[in-house]
Design a protein around this ligand. Sequence first.
Ligand SMILES: Cc1cc2nc3c(=O)[nH]c(=O)nc-3n(C[C@H](O)[C@H](O)[C@H](O)COP(=O)(O)OP(=O)(O)OC[C@H]3O[C@@H](n4cnc5c(N)ncnc54)[C@H](O)[C@@H]3O)c2cc1C
Length: 466
Amino acid sequence: MDAKERMAIARQQPRELSPNERITNFDEVVFGFDEETAVREAERCLQCRKPKCVEGCPIHNDIPRFITLLREGKVEEAYWADRETNSLPAICSRVCPHEFQCEGSCIRGKKGEAVAIGMLERYIVDWMVANGKNLTKSCAIPKEHKVAIVGSGPAGMTVANILAHAGYRCTIFESLPVLGGMLGVGIPAYRLPRAIIAAEFESLKSCGVDVVTNTTIGKDKTLAQLKADGFSAVFVGVGAHSSRKLGVDGEDLDGVFHGVDYLRKINLGEEMTLGRNVVVVGGGNVAIDCARTALRTGSDKVFILYRRGKEEMPASVAEIHHLEEEGVKIEMLAAPVKIHGENGKLNRIECIRMKLGECDTSGRCRPVPVEGSNFMIEADSIVPAISQDVNLGAIDGVDLKLSRWNTIEIDEVTMQTSVDWVFAGGDAVLGPETAAKAIYQAKEAAASIIRMFEGRDLKEGRVSED
Ligand SMILES: Cc1cc2nc3c(=O)[nH]c(=O)nc-3n(C[C@H](O)[C@H](O)[C@H](O)COP(=O)(O)OP(=O)(O)OC[C@H]3O[C@@H](n4cnc5c(N)ncnc54)[C@H](O)[C@@H]3O)c2cc1C
């Protein structure tokens, strides 16, 4: 097929559950491609000499290579080409914001639609599962060093994966009763089925990784105690789990549920509903996930309040599309200024209209309140989902240097903290970010830990750029 023929193929669309079929349950909304669709989509890739998609992927996966193998019908080889650089392709293929990463850099997107790289990666992983193939490499013979991993999110999972396959004995300590970090207690199951997370942990356990839940490092055990217990290195991947407050009057009333706290409760199985009328505040994935979760747990009038315009929403276009299909309205250029209530329970939200003011160099404009434009919304609940902070309160026992944003300071190449046997990565270092960025830092940290054990120079260079 020549380039002209490839250019003539339109981007393939996945099948999806209809809005009516999905808003009463947490079933996965988007179906994977079948073989014919996957190969047709793979044919759209132009195999650029300098592939921008690889640069756009935080982990620098060799995307053109796995696409070539896929279109040659070598799906298993395509999986291993992807797995070489990414320990969690099953997860990344479903949750990565591809439009801002690999697909956002795809040359075909400049004049039309990017290659559906995420859907192709998903096809490859799903094919492996459907054909009963093993998703991980064989385990290595155990070596002497033990590593403690604090937090079971994608950062911790990646470190455990790499170190266990190199023969190091790892123990993951997780404060919650469930595993996976924000993959398990943040991202809803209709976007990431829980069986996928469970399978990753089964595979880690089969390679000798111990998993200890309901254990908070810093409270139940300190970092220093881990060292005394014989762990030669510790990786801290505790994420960013503290919901940021709106800072308006009435935020302590009943009926105020902060974004990730709300999602955590639902994902831990708490039966709760937010009432009929729900207002979610924010424009990112967390806000969208809260609104769609509220619909699925019995609320029938849900809307999102966002202080900028729709184009400025940081959530992915697909998520916004699904949200609107499900009947959630977005009230743009508006923000809450006060939460009103009676007998300790909220009943109305006072909002103000905003307009866009000065723009920064990236083109993002500052929202400015329009004086005298206040208006009221009747509501049963409000869910502020405006961001998360890192909570390192529990991590003590050693002198970890923190940044002025209260994130963990690391060496940018080695991911080593101010304490030489402690490494860190993911949201605890970056603030709320993405799974792929957490995986990138975790890969670098795992490589540094191995170098430390082997007595090599930690700064040999980044593995992701090799
Ligand atoms: C609602 C929501 C939707 C999102 N959607 C997307 C998306 O679509 N795509 C995407 O790429 N990213 C998304 N993200 C972001 C992504 O989930 C995070 O960037 C990623 O999970 C960070 O990984 P991590 O391993 O650093 O931390 P986390 O996944 O947060 O994991 C940290 C773990 O550490 C545990 N922990 C904390 N303190 C301790 C302690 N002291 N002792 C023991 N354990 C501890 C926590 O309980 C948690 O399980 C979303 C986040 C949220 C909240």
